[in-house]
Ligand binder design. Structure first.
Ligand SMILES: [Zn+2]
Ligand SMILES: [Zn+2]
Length: 348
């Protein structure tokens, strides 16, 4: 059979391709896509990556229905089930997979070849995945919400990484999509949540998401305000999701002793940030990063969404029918959207 897929061929240039899907091999699953959210990662390729990024097939925040099961599948799903596929592959046997860091798996099954398309390919009508990549949703789950299992899984990994205790005080830097999800998950963990965000409209949403305190990082009294709100101690953890190097320096100025600086976001362009080693030494600080999701954090994300424990609906700003993906990306890169969702099967 064939499927349509979106190929990024150059900055702001997307093409619809007809791609042949081979018959299923053992332990493979054919999925019919329901929704695919347009993540910041794909937005970077849309706005303009480096020339060797193309051709690229994006889309990794996906919900889908099981269309067909190949032979010998061991995952507990049936044809017709609503699932969230984790489009990251994991071999299960490399050093990092065995060390509990399967998000860092060393074995990509299809190494990239120059000029050949690469990428997760979730912006397609149909997808073939390995059975271990499929997570079944609970009954009655909205497929639009389930498409956000991937970012929720990444954020679960972030908020569970530092050694924190209920009632600890944390700051979320940036209240875009990933910042908002950090607020939701940090509340679930029992933390007092402060947020720093320059845009008033995002600060308002941060309060609706459950933040106790919202601050403007450009305010001259930012540090005093944080100390006021934390009994004079500062923060037990800062989750950096946006703001670049200046935000990271600002975070280091408001850490409590024994605090964790957690770099969830990446910084573009990359660069160096000055850190005084004696500050880290005397104050016993931890500096860590998190990248992507593990199979465990993915399972937890699908459980939380299935149980209605996290409500991601405020962050689906707009739904755009596939394949109007140019319009979708123009909306996705606009600062007034959190996530734009491509919906499938509703063109007519
Ligand atoms: Zn994503
Ligand atoms: Zn591996």
């Amino acid at each position: 059979m064939n499927t349509r897929t979106i190929e990024f061929v150059a900055p702001r240039e997307l093409e619809i391709r007809e791609v042949h899907l081979p018959p299923l091999e053992p332990r493979q699953v054919l999925l019919k896509t329901k929704g695919c959210a347009l993540c910041t990662w794909e937005q970077r390729f849309y706005k303009g990556g480096s020339p060797d990024d193309y051709p690229f097939r994006g889309g990794h925040e996906v919900s889908a229905v099981v269309e067909e099961l190949g032979p010998d599948c061991t995952v507990d799903v049936r044809v017709g089930d609503l699932v969230a596929p984790a489009l990251k592959t994991r071999c299960g046997s490399c050093y990092y997979c065995r060390r509990g860091l399967d998000n860092q798996c060393e074995n990509d099954p299809e190494p990239r070849q120059a000029g050949e398309p690469w990428g997760p390919g979730g912006l397609s009508d149909y997808l073939i995945v390995e059975d271990y990549q499929v997570y079944r949703a609970g009954p009655g789950v909205d497929p639009d919400h389930l498409a956000l299992a991937e970012p929720v899984a990444c954020v679960i990994r972030s908020v569970t990484r530092p050694g924190l205790f209920p009632g600890d005080r944390v700051l979320v830097q940036g209240a875009g999509m990933m910042g908002q999800l950090h607020i939701l998950l940090a509340k679930k963990m029992g933390f007092r949540v402060l947020v720093s965000e320059p845009m008033p409209v995002r600060r308002d949403q941060a309060l609706k998401s459950g933040a106790e305190v919202v601050l403007d990082p450009t305010d001259n009294h930012f540090r005093e305000a944080v100390l006021d709100e934390t009994g004079g101690y500062g923060l037990n953890a800062v989750f950096f999701t946006a703001g670049g190097g200046p935000a990271i320096i600002q975070a280091l100025e408001v850490m409590a002793k024994g605090g964790w600086l957690c770099l969830y976001g990446s910084v573009h362009p990359s660069g160096e940030v000055g850190v005084d080693p004696n500050h880290v030494h005397y104050d016993e600080l931890f500096v860590t990063g998190t990248f992507s999701h593990t199979r465990e954090s993915y399972r937890e994300a699908v459980e939380l969404i299935s149980q209605g424990q996290v409500d991601v609906s405020p962050f689906i700003t707009e739904r755009v029918p596939f394949p109007k993906v140019d319009h979708g990306f123009e909306r996705a890169i606009s600062p007034d959207t959190y996530r734009v969702l491509m919906t499938f099967g509703q063109e007519h």
